[in-house]
Design a binder for this molecule. Structure first.
Ligand SMILES: [Zn+2]
Length: 267
């Protein structure tokens, strides 16, 4: 049994668009190799506050990371800090705000874009600061980190779906096609990850609206998918909160932690 965890965050992916457009992932669900849950994002439905929520289990209102320009390190234990302090290897291919929250803030591209430092919470990182950084390059970055450093916890965080939503809106061919493209790219990597027995979570921070933004309380801004793949998951029909993803990953990694998680999600 492999209890290594890969968490994929497809930034800005609305639930309905995921259900309509992610053909490969939903094929895994149809063939009982994955289960799909629906989450309601915490508020505000903005990226940096919800990266912190997913990775620490703390709501934006409690964490103080209440908008995208709060540029500082997290004040709370995260999957990264708990794993690194308990001897697990950590890695991330992610937007530079993740580096700011858990490694060093403010982000310095020359210093931080390629990070290899075992004393940091994210020991191996490839971070980017362009919203149009290709998802294909991002997935290759993540796969390089996985193969080269064999992390116990790997975060893979893409931005093209969110970027298309800001340019064209929720109800646009461009936004939907960006989701379809992410699904095709994922389908190049997921079979090997599944074959090697990883526990895999695929979710989003927030959804998207027709005003080409997000941040508020509309269902389309808050409803996001969570796909779970792996033999540690019960695949039972239970409700999961966005604040419980952190605790779920900590359980899978066998970490000592105080985070909330839904026990019936696991076997
Ligand atoms: Zn956005």
């Amino acid at each position: 049994m492999n209890d290594k965890v890969i968490l994929v965050v497809l930034d800005g992916l609305n639930l309905k668009v995921a259900q309509d457009c992610l053909g490969y992932l939903n094929g895994l669900v149809e063939h009982k190799k994955a289960s799909q849950y629906s989450l309601y994002s915490e508020l505000p439905s903005l990226s940096r506050p919800l990266y912190e929520c997913i990775l620490t289990g703390i709501t934006p209102v409690e964490s103080g990371i209440v908008h995208n320009n709060v540029t500082r390190r997290s004040l709370f234990d995260s999957i990264f800090s708990l794993a690194q302090s308990q001897g697990k290897a950590t890695a991330a291919a992610a937007y530079h705000w993740v580096s700011e929250l858990y490694n060093r803030s403010p982000y310095d591209a020359i210093r931080d874009r390629h990070t290899h430092n075992e004393s940091l919470q994210i020991q191996h990182g490839i971070f980017y600061h362009w919203d149009h950084y290709p998802d294909q390059a991002l997935l290759l970055d993540g796969e390089y980190l996985r193969q080269e450093f064999d992390p116990d916890f790997l975060l893979v965080h893409s931005m093209n779906i969110d970027d298309a939503g800001h340019k064209f809106g929720l109800d646009s061919a461009e936004y939907r096609n960006s989701a379809r493209q992410a699904d095709v790219i994922l389908s190049d990597f997921l079979p090997a990850w599944i074959e090697e027995g990883y526990q895999i979570l695929i979710t989003s921070d927030h959804g998207m609206n027709n005003d080409r933004s997000h941040g508020g309380t509309l269902a389309e801004e808050r409803e996001v998918p969570l796909y779970l793949i792996g033999n540690r998951f019960s695949h039972f029909d239970v409700s999961i909160k966005q604040t419980e993803i952190c605790g779920l990953v900590c359980e899978l990694l066998g970490l000592e932690h105080q985070k909330a998680f839904a026990a019936d999600v696991l076997v």
